[in-house]
Design a protein around this ligand. Structure first.
Ligand code: DQA
Length: 142
């Protein structure tokens, strides 16, 4: 079983970016944690990060039939991107949305996710552990 983990804009700056909201771990450290956890439950993971909406759309499409599922943190595109929502809707593999922070306890605009409705579900607010919970959730849907 293999799962693609996609991270959107500014998540490459984790560790430096607003640590009171997103914690002090870098994306590399989080990915290592995900890899370790995934290995334990028999899942292979690959990682993709981009700040470009178009690249994320393409990567979702390319993953269909190649990966068994996707875990995605669309970051700010969560709240704006019809294109990423449509890309998620267009693939047959299960997709689970992740947020490090609890988007529902922050600014009002973060409470709207355009992308979550196209996903099997959403996990938000558990810091880096949100990704581990999402890996478990996707693997259960495969
Ligand atoms: C985020 C929440 C988004 O609102 C924000 O734009 C991000 C990160 C999170 O993981 O908590 O970049 O997706």
């Amino acid at each position: 079983m293999n799962i693609l983990v996609i991270n959107g804009p500014n998540l490459d700056r984790l560790g430096k970016r607003d640590p009171s909201v997103y914690g002090s771990e870098t994306l590399k450290q989080i990915n290592e944690k995900i890899e370790k956890f995934a290995r334990k439950i028999g899942v292979d993971v690959e990682f993709f990060q981009s700040s470009s909406e178009g690249e994320i759309v393409s990567e979702i499409g390319k993953a269909d039939g190649v990966f068994d599922g996707i875990v995605i943190n669309p970051a700010a595109y969560t709240h704006t991107s019809v294109a990423i929502r449509d890309a998620i809707e267009a693939v047959e593999i299960p997709v689970v949305e992740v947020h490090i922070s609890n988007v529902y306890s922050r600014e009002a605009f973060r409470s709207l996710s355009l992308t979550a409705g196209a996903c099997r579900g959403q996990i938000a607010g558990f810091g880096a552990d949100s990704y581990l919970l999402a890996i478990r959730a996707v693997s259960g849907k495969i």
